[in-house]
Design a protein around this ligand. Structure first.
Ligand code: TYM
Length: 321
């Protein structure tokens, strides 16, 4: 079984990225052949500063290794180190109806947020489909915001097979865990860089404490029971705490006698402990950037091997070889 996922090096990683994609990726790295990559071509659809892109890439690589990617167990690489993916994207674009892309929410959202409507933003899902189909992937662990892109990928694979013969492309499945499909941000909307509501994975202690203490709450008096429904504090706490710890916190809400400030402190402590091992590992990796670079190079070599086999098959099927 092949597993693939990618993350854009377009800013600091947050807890939504972690639970939506990185945690399942790490957990599954031994369940089959895993391909994990930095989607740097995709990041270029919004990042147009060479130094920022380079820095984001090395930060993301360091972060992903720190949370537990093991290059012995998975293939970890930069998307742009396998330029073959562009050729596959082009081939897919020849069977991609405009309407399919016009319906994509992510494009409309980006435009609504003020990004200029570039060709790259519009055809983003075609390149993403190429990322996935390039490695004959079976499973793609992602957050719910990528569901539509996975549907586009399946559509395109189906069209390729109809047009050029069964087996030209392999249809993948999205893997979206219900409990972490949409991790809420500090304001209760989906956690997202563009909403400015993120909890970073590797934030500085004081800054994260401040972010958590600022989570908006209602004005229930300290001694009264607090509503549990829709509570961001509880939803985030659940991600970091044990089942028992979470139940205790829910009871604390229901019993009253405790203010939101105390619950927020507990949330911060759980967050801080949860990422402690990753933070320590990150500090080691930070001092060993050569290792990070070598890991990506070795990953790219392996990824290219697989990619060239698939691309060769597709080229033959479409008549390019
Ligand atoms: P990106 O970089 O925006 O996000 C990386 C991953 O984080 C997930 N995610 C979330 N999950 C749950 N709750 C949230 N609040 C949340 N915010 C983000 C995203 O769903 C994603 O899984 N298009 C992709 C990158 C990509 C890719 C691919 C992924 C390019 N090619 C091929 C899989 C396969 C993206 O923008 O991710």
């Amino acid at each position: 079984m092949r597993i693939i996922t990618g993350l854009q090096p377009s800013g600091k990683l947050h807890v939504g990225n972690y639970f939506g994609a990185m945690e399942p990726a790490v957990r599954m790295q031994e369940s089959g052949e895993s391909f994990y990559f930095l989607a740097d071509y995709h990041a270029m659809s919004t990042v147009h500063d060479a130094n920022a892109l380079r820095e984001n890439c090395s930060n993301l690589a360091t972060d992903f290794l720190a949370v537990g990617l093991d290059p012995e167990k998975c293939v970890f690489f930069r998307q742009s180190a396998v330029p073959e993916v562009n050729e596959l994207a082009w081939i897919l674009s020849t069977v991609c109806p405009m309407g399919l892309l016009e319906r994509c929410h992510s494009y409309k959202d980006k435009i609504a947020k003020g990004f200029s409507p570039s060709n790259a933003l519009f055809t983003y899902p075609v390149l993403m489909a190429a990322d996935i189909l390039m490695y004959d992937s079976d499973l793609v662990p992602v957050g719910k915001d990528q569901k539509q892109h996975l549907e586009v990928t399946r559509d395109l694979a189906g069209k390729m097979n109809e047009q050029f013969g069964e087996g030209t492309c392999k249809l993948p499945d999205a893997l979206i865990a219900e409990s972490t499909a949409i991790v809420p941000g500090l304001d209760g909307q989906k956690m997202s860089k563009s909403y400015n509501n993120t909890l970073p994975i590797f934030g500085e202690e004081k800054a994260v404490r401040k972010l958590i203490m600022r989570i908006p709450t209602d004005s229930t008096p300290v001694e009264d029971p607090k509503p549990t429904e829709g509570s961001v504090i509880l939803q985030l706490y659940k991600l970091f705490a044990s089942a028992q710890g979470y139940e205790d916190m829910v009871r604390g809400f229901q019993n009253g006698g405790c203010g939101y400030g105390d619950f927020k402190k507990r949330l911060f402590d759980a967050y801080w402990e949860y990422f402690r091992p990753a933070r320590e590992r990150r500090a080691e990796l930070e001092a060993n950037q050569d290792y990070v670079r070598r890991t990506l190079e070795e990953g790219a070599r392996k990824a290219r091997e697989t990619a060239s086999v698939v691309l060769d098959r597709v080229r033959r099927a479409v008549g390019l070889a």
